[in-house]
Design a protein around this ligand. Structure first.
Ligand SMILES: *Cc1c(COP(=O)(O)O)cnc(C)c1O
Length: 372
């Protein structure tokens, strides 16, 4: 019943934010500060499957206090971007990969999947409605946030029988600068993010809620992000707070990239996968191999690890300059963005902004209305 792509969207046009005001907002969008005119919603019920698909004005949701999502945490989400291309077209980056990941997250939380074609149709509907919100300025983008929440009104401790899929969009300024500022990472040794058999490999809200206490420690230690270690031994590097990690190793044959394997306790980033493929294409050998925090430190100290970076949709690629833990602190390379990191970032952005051919078929062009 729910596996057939069939959604027909009912449209209700929003009273748009006036173009002049929109341009002002587009000029200075902080991440998540501003939202576009419309949203997409689709409902699911056990007897009906997916139904009531709408594109309408962005508006608050009205939910009963006993809505199950508030109490038992059945919420999953995605995050992806649309880019303005030189010819005025707008394109989504790897939307089908985000649809597939969404459909791996939902069943882990006992929630219904949304057929991939319907997920893509929702993204395209929002972009069609709000194409003028895709910023034109170099490095800017339009961030799309699809999410799914349990909306049944009940306090029973069981999976809900009603859900709401919603999609909102937000213009985003560049998360990177011409000279990206390297991050300081806080190695969490007191808390863990995910354990084997848990939810670490899916994009559910609870993974974030449970990790903010370490994020607070990171901030208290003048760090930007957490680096998480494995739950069993607290030795192996897993990922950063909302991004995956890569290390650049120096070998006699030139630089080689290493990233932790998808052990089941870290998220399979679409950016991570893109970098694995871009690296191969640029001629860097890549290995999905575990690395301990100790080996990271040793490697930095003896010069075998020359660079490290975090990667994710929100901020593309961000260099890691320092690692800090309760016991020690060390610089990575010379503490600035290294040449391999910069080359990968350029290659990724060139594809996203349409400055080079889309070798990998990652960009999905969308018909939109209006000028930005
Ligand atoms: C979303 C996310 C990432 C990055 O994934 P991308 O698909 O590259 O954006 C990494 N780690 C966690 C925990 C995430 O939620």
């Amino acid at each position: 019943m729910t596996d057939v792509a069939a959604l027909e969207f009912a449209w209700e046009r929003a009273e748009p934010i006036p173009a002049e005001r929109r341009q002002e907002l587009l000029a200075l969008p902080g991440f998540g500060d501003t939202y576009s005119d419309h949203m997409v919603t689709v409902r699911w019920q056990a007897e009906l499957g997916w139904h009531d698909a709408r594109v309408g004005p962005l508006a608050p949701l009205s939910l009963h206090p006993a809505t199950m999502a508030f109490h038992y945490g059945q919420t999953v989400f995605e995050g992806l971007k649309a880019f303005w291309r030189p010819n005025g077209q707008r394109a989504l980056f790897r939307p089908a990969d985000h649809a597939r990941r969404f459909n791996r997250s939902a069943p882990r939380m006992a929630m219904p999947t949304l057929p991939e074609e319907d997920f893509l149709a929702a993204l395209e509907a929002l972009l069609r409605a709000d194409g003028t919100w895709v910023p034109r300025a170099r490095g800017h983008s339009f961030y799309l946030r699809p999410f799914l929440i349990a909306t049944e009104t009940h306090l029973s401790n069981r999976p809900a029988e009603e859900y709401l899929f919603a999609l909102i969009g937000s213009p985003a300024r560049p998360a990177f600068a011409a000279e990206p500022k390297p991050m300081r990472l806080w190695a969490a040794t007191e808390y863990i993010r995910a354990a084997p058999g848990g939810t670490g490999a899916v994009k559910c809200g609870g993974n974030y809620g449970g990790s903010y206490i370490a994020q607070q420690q990171a901030a208290a230690n003048d760090c930007d992000q957490v680096v998480w270690l494995d739950a069993r031994e607290r030795r192996y590097i897993e990922e950063a707070g909302g991004s995956n990690l890569f290390f650049v190793e120096s070998t006699t044959d030139g630089p080689r990239l290493r990233t932790p394997p998808l052990s089941g306790t870290l998220l399979a980033g679409v950016t991570r996968d893109s970098i694995l493929r871009l690296a191969g294409w640029l001629g860097y050998p890549v290995a999905e191999e575990p690395l301990t925090l100790d080996k990271w430190e040793q490697g930095c100290r003896d010069g075998r690890i020359t660079e490290a970076f975090a990667c994710g949709t929100a901020r593309a690629i961000t260099p890691v300059g320092h690692v800090v833990s309760a016991q020690r602190e060390w610089p990575v390379g010379n503490g600035t963005a290294g040449p391999v990191t910069s080359r990968l970032l350029e290659a990724l952005l060139d594809i996203q902004y349409g400055r080079t051919p889309d070798e990998f078929g990652w960009m999905r062009l969308v018909d939109t209305e209006g000028e930005a």
